[in-house]
Ligand binder design. Structure first.
Ligand code: COI
Length: 443
């Protein structure tokens, strides 16, 4: 009986634990569940639509259905849109022909997944998403190779983070492997929309919102998970040209005990006015500081890396540690993992210094000011799914600018090496387990 426990748990979305979410599990199709039931399982599921898990002896409901990709209903569009040329794409302004929706309710669990023509959602004006910011999202990317292979980058990380965000605002959790399977089907269906040009990709936006029609503040009894896709080019109009940051003390992005470490919609709108203020002063993004020491946390909507030269010639690559004020970025983690493997001598990443130290530690503005004076400040860059790597060449702080060196291509040695490595993995040019194939090539 013990060996059957994971299967039973998979049908209990409200009981999903952080350690389970996003973990890879054997896909259990309804057919296999039915077969298992004959050898004494406690519950069973219908072959055709999500059903509650019932005790075979008493009929009592013992769990609600989780997301089940094998039940997906697919309706393809009869009016495909005209695809704009890649050169005309503006980040997040164009959407593909199809979307994925999966409803949830506390009474019936996750419903039937549907892939259908992209269309507006119909929501009651009292829906909790509109009033109390019951909304969270992910950013993922798909790439298409010449032979038609479609690849996702580390989808397990997005699924784990999405579940973590859901738990933080009492929205339902779900089986991340099943959602990944559905996202694969969606991006493969819309794969003609994935631009093939270098630096272009399909940006995937999984979103989960509370849809209960009620104005009381409490857990939403209804929710909707949807996924839309947008063909994109480089995030910044300036491509990989460096950005200028204004170290911001007037506004705070996140505070200890708050929600800055979760990918919630509510974290983003309050950053827009500070960004407009930074723009008025000639800077493109905010450098978010925290506390009296002016600890560095994030840049714009990205994680932050700084490289220093140490007296013995070692290069130290530093990023602020993960806590509830720093988002666990997938690109942040990728840079850390790749740089650490290089520093340990397990792999060699072309362009990275041989003597490299990788640190997750607190950084304060005084560290940057002193390093500029000592000429030991080598590089500053942001990391995020949308922009991947965003080099920085200037930080406005307390009335003056800190100058940061960059190469003639706008990148520094570390940011260039990291960008090349990550893009190589994402596009399949570099074989790596992080790149997950969504289809059979030429299928
Ligand atoms: C990302 O880089 O993944 C982001 O979240 C940026 C997005 C808000 C456009």
């Amino acid at each position: 009986m013990a060996s059957l426990r994971p299967t039973v748990l998979r049908s209990l979305p409200r009981l999903a634990s952080a350690s389970r979410v996003g973990a890879s599990a054997t896909r259990m199709t309804p057919a296999r569940l039915t077969a298992t039931a004959t050898v004494g399982m406690r519950g069973y599921k219908s072959k055709h639509s999500p059903q509650p898990l019932r005790d075979v002896m008493t009929g009592e409901i013992i769990g609600l259905p989780d997301i089940d990709s094998s039940l997906v209903k697919i309706t393809t569009t009869t009016t495909p849109k005209t695809r704009p040329p890649s050169s005309k794409l503006i980040f997040g302004h164009t959407f593909t022909d199809h979307m994925l929706t999966i409803p949830w309710s506390s009474a019936t669990g996750w419903g039937t997944p549907e892939i259908k023509p992209y269309a507006p959602l119909e929501l009651d004006p009292s829906s909790t998403v509109f009033h109390y910011a019951f909304t969270l999202f992910e950013g993922m990317k798909a790439y298409r190779q010449e032979d038609g292979t479609v690849r996702l980058f580390r989808p397990d990380k997005n699924m784990a983070r999405m579940n973590r965000s859901a738990q933080r605002i009492a929205l339902p959790t779900f089986n991340g492997d099943e959602l990944t399977e559905l996202i694969k089907k969606l991006v493969v269906l819309d794969s003609e929309w994935i631009p093939k040009e270098k630096g272009f990709s399909l940006y995937i936006r999984p979103t989960l919102i509370g849809t209960q029609n009620a104005l009381g503040v409490g857990p939403s009894s209804d929710a909707l998970l949807f996924v839309i896709c947008s063909p994109v080019g480089p995030y910044y109009a300036s491509g990989f040209k460096p950005v200028q940051l204004l170290a911001t003390t007037k506004f705070v992005r996140a505070a200890p005990g708050g929600t800055g470490g979760y990918k919630l919609g509510a974290n983003y709108a309050p950053g827009v006015v500070p960004q407009k203020e930074a723009a008025k002063e000639g800077y493109s993004q905010n450098l978010w500081l925290l506390g009296d020491e002016h600890a560095l946390t994030e840049v714009g909507t990205m994680n932050l890396f700084v490289a220093f030269k140490q007296p013995d010639g070692t290069v130290e690559l530093v990023t602020p540690p993960l806590d509830d004020v720093v988002l666990p970025g997938v690109t942040r983690d990728s840079v850390l993992e790749l740089a650490k493997a290089h520093a340990r001598g397990e792999t060699t990443i072309p362009g990275l210094p041989q003597k490299l130290k990788v640190s997750e530690r607190k950084l304060v503005m005084a560290d940057l000011v002193n390093a500029e004076k000592d000429k030991t400040l080598l590089e500053v860059f942001g990391t995020g799914t949308a922009a991947i790597i965003s080099p920085v060449d200037k930080i406005g702080y307390e009335g003056r600018d800190i100058a940061i060196p960059t190469g003639s291509d706008g990148l520094g040695d570390i940011s260039r090496a990291m960008l090349d490595q990550i893009v190589g993995i994402q596009t399949g040019e570099i074989e790596h387990e992080w790149s997950v194939i969504a289809n059979e090539p030429n299928a």
